[in-house]
Ligand binder design. Structure first.
Ligand SMILES: [Ca+2]
Ligand SMILES: [Ca+2]
Length: 194
């Protein structure tokens, strides 16, 4: 009798766990401006949860596991997670990320590059990530298809040298500076050309 009861208990626990794993945490959808439009698929490829899309991965970085704390922010709004040239904030109708959506804003999918505003928007300034701080110094940045980027460096903030040119592909590009180090410090910027 005891053994039978134990196996029932075990089955109940396993059942609960699998429900929790498939759950796409609806309270997070409520915290997104206009979150109800795409519901759980704002963050997941499937409307039932499971693997996260590019926006879902960005959200995952901002939230602690199981946390119900507010996570929508100016930082998350300024990023362009799916690389379609429109920031997450523009796509969700809250460009400045203050949590108050703009009335009548066009809402598009922040994790799907095929869904983007029909009206032209200002391209998002590329976010630079240092890939290797030692030699050869390298940095990574996200590009948007159709844009051209120039990597420039300076030692004095007076004159900038163009080191490389990249045609945007929609994915990340990595620039590595293989020049001999002539200065104690170099500063880099990526310029959006067109
Ligand atoms: Ca986007
Ligand atoms: Ca999009």
């Amino acid at each position: 009798m005891t053994a039978l009861r134990r196996s029932w208990l075990l089955a109940a626990v396993v059942g609960l766990l699998s429900v929790a794993a498939a759950d796409a945490r609806p309270w997070r959808v409520e915290q997104l401006p206009n979150g109800s439009k795409f519901s759980c698929s704002n963050c997941h490829f499937s409307p039932y949860g499971g693997p996260r899309n590019a926006f879902g991965l960005a959200v995952e970085k901002e939230v602690a596991r199981g946390s119900r704390a507010a996570f929508w922010s100016r930082v998350l709004a300024a990023k362009d997670s799916d690389g379609d040239g429109a920031s997450n904030g523009v796509e969700l109708g809250d460009p400045d990320g203050d949590g108050k959506p703009t009335a009548g804003a066009e809402v598009t999918h922040p994790g799907n590059s095929k869904s983007k505003p029909t009206k032209p928007v200002e391209p998002v300034a590329p976010e630079l990530v240092i890939e290797n701080p030692k030699f050869p110094f390298s940095l990574r940045f996200k590009t948007v298809k159709g844009h051209v980027y120039e990597v420039q460096s300076t030692a004095d903030f007076q004159s900038w040298t163009t080191l490389a040119k990249f045609n945007g592909t929609g994915s990340d590009e990595v620039f590595a500076d293989r020049r001999k180090a002539l200065y104690p410090r170099q500063y880099y910027r990526v310029k959006l050309k067109e």
